[in-house]
Design a protein around this ligand. Structure first.
Ligand code: BGC
Length: 498
């Protein structure tokens, strides 16, 4: 690997910052009294008056969650527009659009004087995220040499976790600003990651795959030599040529992706982000302070616990960075799934034992509460080295070039849609399913882990334009792909038959 690639990938990963910052900032801001009083007075009044007995139903307000989740709807829709830009004009331009739109959104939000400005701001942020998440993972997977693709791609997830953590800390600081304008700082500071990303996008080179796809053959070859640090790139270049020839025959990636031969990838593009959200991770990311309050922590302690999970989230990501290209994607998925399941069952049981089904408020002893926090951390860590990074890495590396951009948009929109659903119904679900909610997500983890075991082929170390060969060899998916569908990897075939 060359330092040029490393730098480009670090820059591009900063796209994850804007996503993470937003995940981390909204929950804290919507719990600030001054913010609620100004924009959601009825919610504020209700919260002041509400001293409901049940621990499970403490924080129930759909208006507020609607504000939070409006962003995800915008991101969902914009990722389809981003798909076209990414394919026709390159990955770089999508990143730039993403950064600039996010910047505009953060300015409007920081300066908001009414709900309209708030929502407009959030829609712009959402568009920014749609473009970023559509282009950055693909960019990283195309830039990286096959043997380091996992490691470099996970830079994106690392930046997501850093963004979440930074946002938590910033909220912690701004919540105590006197005069009630702390929320402006929290929302306005989203401009910082937006600027980093925009500047990054301006100076980044485009990927050889994308250059070739758009007809710049010479530039593509030079870029490939540059990023691999050698002139000896003929095999990889041949694959790129074959892939881009194939891509040229495809007029509309959207109708194409429905063809039989893309069925395996299409199913993954839908199920992987769906499963990622059904792990229940965003219950912790959005509502950690609320959750900790619900199980009986005081205000300060709740926030502190949220900070602890934030740190665990960042550091556990390094485990996957270090191992994903050696142990492989499957090993991390399976181990992470098992660990998440165990901790979900433990947390659900501990909460259930304490509050039962009625949710009568009881004092939690310090020791008891710490054990709950501990197992929540065990859960977050498992997510952070499995479904977190792999939920973005795997989709970005499994599509052939001709449908890559469309496929990634599907992944982004499914992800955003279920993030939206979870954000929207969690508080209600907690109120009705009570501690059973943790078992509910645990049940999904069992399903997704079994799915990975049977249906996800290992993609570590395989050049991105040759992944089709992996599908072809799979016991189940192989039958969807005919021999004539394979145009890349001539030498790989020769190698195996020799
Ligand atoms: C997910 C987010 C989640 C984050 C937590 C990402 O991979 O897409 O929904 O909040 O990980 O670190």
């Amino acid at each position: 690997m060359t330092s040029f690639v490393l730098l480009a990938c670090i820059m591009a990963s900063s796209g994850g910052l804007i996503f993470g910052y937003d995940i981390g900032i909204s929950g804290g801001v919507t719990s600030m009294d001054s913010f609620l009083e100004k924009f959601f007075p009825s919610v504020y009044a209700q919260q002041q008056a509400d001293s409901s007995a049940s621990q499970y139903c403490k924080f129930d307000s759909e208006l507020l969650t609607l504000f939070t989740s409006s962003l995800y709807v915008a991101a969902l829709l914009s990722s389809f527009a981003a798909s076209r830009v990414t394919r026709v004009s390159g990955r770089k331009l999508s990143m730039l659009i993403g950064g600039m739109t996010f910047l505009a959104g953060s300015a409007i939000n920081g300066a908001a004087v009414n709900v309209f400005m708030l929502i407009l701001g959030r829609v712009l942020l959402g568009i920014g995220i749609g473009f970023a998440n559509q282009s950055v993972p693909v960019y990283l997977s195309e830039m990286a040499p096959a043997k380091m693709r996992g490691t470099l791609n996970i830079g994106f997830q690392l930046m997501i976790t850093v963004g979440i953590f930074a946002a938590n800390l910033i909220n912690y600081g701004t919540a105590s600003i006197k005069g009630g304008w702390g929320w402006r700082v929290s929302l306005g500071l989203a401009a910082v990651p937006a600027i980093i990303m925009s500047v990054g996008a301006l100076v980044l080179p485009d990927t050889p795959n994308s250059l070739l796809e758009r007809g710049f053959a010479e530039e593509a070859k030079k870029m490939l030599q540059k990023i691999r640090g050698t002139d000896d790139i003929q095999e990889e270049y041949d694959d790129l040529i074959a892939a881009s020839e194939e891509a040229k025959t495809v007029k509309s990636p959207w109708s194409n992706i429905l063809q039989n031969k893309y069925r395996p990838q299409l199913i993954m593009a839908i199920l992987i982000p769906f499963f990622q959200q059904l792990t229940g991770i965003n219950v912790i990311m959005f509502y950690a302070p609320v959750l900790f309050k619900t199980i009986g922590f005081g205000g300060e302690a709740s926030l502190a616990s949220a900070v602890i999970t934030g740190i665990v989230n960042v550091f556990a990501t390094f485990v996957s960075i270090a191992t994903v290209d050696r142990l492989g994607r499957r090993a991390l998925f399976l181990q992470g799934g098992a660990q998440m399941l165990i901790s979900q069952v433990v947390v659900g049981t501990l909460i259930g034992l304490k509050f039962g089904t009625s949710g009568e408020a009881t004092e939690l002893s310090k020791g008891y509460a710490s054990i709950i926090v501990l197992f929540i951390c065990v859960y977050v860590a498992a997510f952070a080295w499995s479904w977190g990074p792999l939920g973005w890495l795997v989709p970005s590396e499994i599509f052939p070039l001709e449908i890559r951009s469309a496929g990634q948009s599907i992944t982004v929109s499914v992800n955003m849609f279920f993030t939206f659903i979870i954000a929207q119904v969690f508080l209600l679900a907690l109120c009705h399913m009570k501690f059973g909610l943790f078992y509910f997500f645990g049940g999904w983890v069992v399903i997704m882990t079994a799915f990975i075991y049977f249906f996800l082929p290992e993609t570590k170390n395989v050049p991105i334009e040759e992944i089709i060969l992996v599908w072809k060899q799979h016991w189940f998916w192989g039958k969807f792909i005919a021999d004539e569908d394979i145009h890349v990897g001539e030498h790989a075939f020769k190698n195996t038959s020799a």
